[in-house]
Design a protein around this ligand. Sequence first.
Ligand SMILES: *[C@@H]1O[C@H](CO)[C@@H](O)[C@H](O)[C@H]1NC(C)=O
Ligand SMILES: *[C@@H]1O[C@H](CO)[C@@H](O)[C@H](O)[C@H]1NC(C)=O
Ligand SMILES: *[C@@H]1O[C@H](CO)[C@@H](O)[C@H](O)[C@H]1NC(C)=O
Ligand SMILES: *[C@@H]1O[C@H](CO)[C@@H](O)[C@H](O)[C@H]1NC(C)=O
Ligand SMILES: *[C@@H]1O[C@H](CO)[C@@H](O)[C@H](O)[C@H]1NC(C)=O
Ligand SMILES: *[C@@H]1O[C@H](CO)[C@@H](O)[C@H](O)[C@H]1NC(C)=O
Ligand SMILES: *[C@@H]1O[C@H](CO)[C@@H](O)[C@H](O)[C@H]1NC(C)=O
Ligand SMILES: *[C@@H]1O[C@H](CO)[C@@H](O)[C@H](O)[C@H]1NC(C)=O
Ligand SMILES: *[C@@H]1O[C@H](CO)[C@@H](O)[C@H](O)[C@H]1NC(C)=O
Ligand SMILES: [Zn+2]
Length: 399
Amino acid sequence: MYRLFASAALVATASAVTTNFTSTVDPTKINIPNTPQTTSYDVSTECTYYAPPVPIVPTDWPSNWQVATSNGMNTSAEYTALYNSINWGSVPNIQPRTLGPDGSLVRTGYDTVNDPDCWWTATQCVTPKAAGVLKDISACPEPETWGLTYDDGPNCSHNAFYDFLQQQNLKASMFYIGSNVMNWPYGAQRGVKDGHHIAVHTWSHPMMTTLSNQAVLAELYYATKMIKYVTGVTPLYWRPPLGDVDDRVRWIASQLNLTAIIWNLDTDDWAAGTTVTVQQVQQNYQNFIQAGTNGTFASKGNIVLSHEINNMTMDFAVQNIPNIKKAYKNILDVATCMNITHPYVETSISFAAFSGGSSSNGSVSPGGNGSSSPNSAASGTQANAALAIAAAFAVVAFL
Ligand SMILES: *[C@@H]1O[C@H](CO)[C@@H](O)[C@H](O)[C@H]1NC(C)=O
Ligand SMILES: *[C@@H]1O[C@H](CO)[C@@H](O)[C@H](O)[C@H]1NC(C)=O
Ligand SMILES: *[C@@H]1O[C@H](CO)[C@@H](O)[C@H](O)[C@H]1NC(C)=O
Ligand SMILES: *[C@@H]1O[C@H](CO)[C@@H](O)[C@H](O)[C@H]1NC(C)=O
Ligand SMILES: *[C@@H]1O[C@H](CO)[C@@H](O)[C@H](O)[C@H]1NC(C)=O
Ligand SMILES: *[C@@H]1O[C@H](CO)[C@@H](O)[C@H](O)[C@H]1NC(C)=O
Ligand SMILES: *[C@@H]1O[C@H](CO)[C@@H](O)[C@H](O)[C@H]1NC(C)=O
Ligand SMILES: *[C@@H]1O[C@H](CO)[C@@H](O)[C@H](O)[C@H]1NC(C)=O
Ligand SMILES: *[C@@H]1O[C@H](CO)[C@@H](O)[C@H](O)[C@H]1NC(C)=O
Ligand SMILES: [Zn+2]
């Protein structure tokens, strides 16, 4: 298993942390029923309400798409025990950051030259300066390797996309938002069943460096707990929304044994039609594809940021993957390209280590038995609520 510690002190610190990551779901035996919601390619059919595969009691969880300290979570016995089990005396002394009137992070006054906090948003720093902090992963080390990652799932309306990845024999690292897992549990189960590498993308998609220690902990804890509850896996990797991470946030994530996975190429797919044009995003894809053939990645690979967030971003993927396959030797999820054979606490699921001979259409098949039934799954409860939620998300994401 691949792990990088800035300091070995983490292991001792983290072992005391109190968690309640439980599930009745065996991730190696996920059975997704064959229903219109899990097989259709018609969005309104896919997004029609169905009962979740495990009972989800809203009072047990933070409010959907609200900061994870909401709904009384920060005063619950469980959260209090978790919080108190952490040795906060060691947390890096970094103040929460602020958002300006336009909703973007205020960087005024930050010392970007010395970058004392290893603040990615300011400097793209991925090597922590604080002790006891897990180091970020930001590129697949193998030559001519495209690190395939999709953020902001799961959702209903993604059956065609997951079927496409399955047909292409591709596994991706999927960064799931806890609130989306709550809304679309079969979508999350599909990701695990198909053998994708599932990782945490917070409960409500905030700028993490702006939150209090309590809220950072809650965002990571409840998203991880929801993924475990619904799919049976406890991820050991996460991605900060918009890459917004510093050593304080990394330290808190490290208490939960969560390592950050960043990227070194950004498609900007989610912003197409808003702050960038659709053409620019296609050009980004073309540049990254060309870089696969002109020697840019002759000695090491990349990790590419892309999204499953909506039809447009999924279509960028569907259109470009054939050419990515031609240009790169390997297209791999991050667990596989990093030889992380156990990306979850549960050792019942193993990923193949990188094997030099494998190509993107080759035989790498990590994860829990991806190739069972040809049918697909994704849908959710609260279809109407999701529309309102998506609107709120768009406001945050497009800033
Ligand atoms: C983190 O990993 C250590 C070492 O494997 C383990 O003892 C500890 O229980 C883990 N902590 C959490 C919160 O999972
Ligand atoms: C742990 O989680 C399970 C399932 O969600 C729940 O039934 C149980 O009450 C929880 N235990 C504690 C101590 O919170
Ligand atoms: C995985 O799939 C193989 C063949 O399809 C099957 O024999 C095996 O029982 C499956 N393993 C699990 C854990 O589901
Ligand atoms: C709990 O979080 C809410 C915000 O969701 C906050 O208003 C309240 O002060 C917090 N309570 C404690 C005890 O931290
Ligand atoms: C390879 O292609 C990329 C994308 O067009 C370009 O940025 C880079 O400069 C090229 N490198 C070489 C060595 O030609
Ligand atoms: C996007 O929507 C179009 C039109 O409904 C559909 O043909 C296409 O398959 C969708 N793409 C994906 C990846 O779901
Ligand atoms: C992964 O394993 C392969 C084969 O043993 C090795 O060549 C490569 O260096 C390893 N990569 C990492 C990131 O450990
Ligand atoms: C990948 O596909 C090409 C063309 O279909 C084929 O020639 C090649 O053998 C395949 N590679 C593997 C490892 O399956
Ligand atoms: C989920 O998918 C629906 C249907 O495509 C879409 O309207 C909504 O914006 C998506 N929600 C999120 C939070 O991505
Ligand atoms: Zn995101």
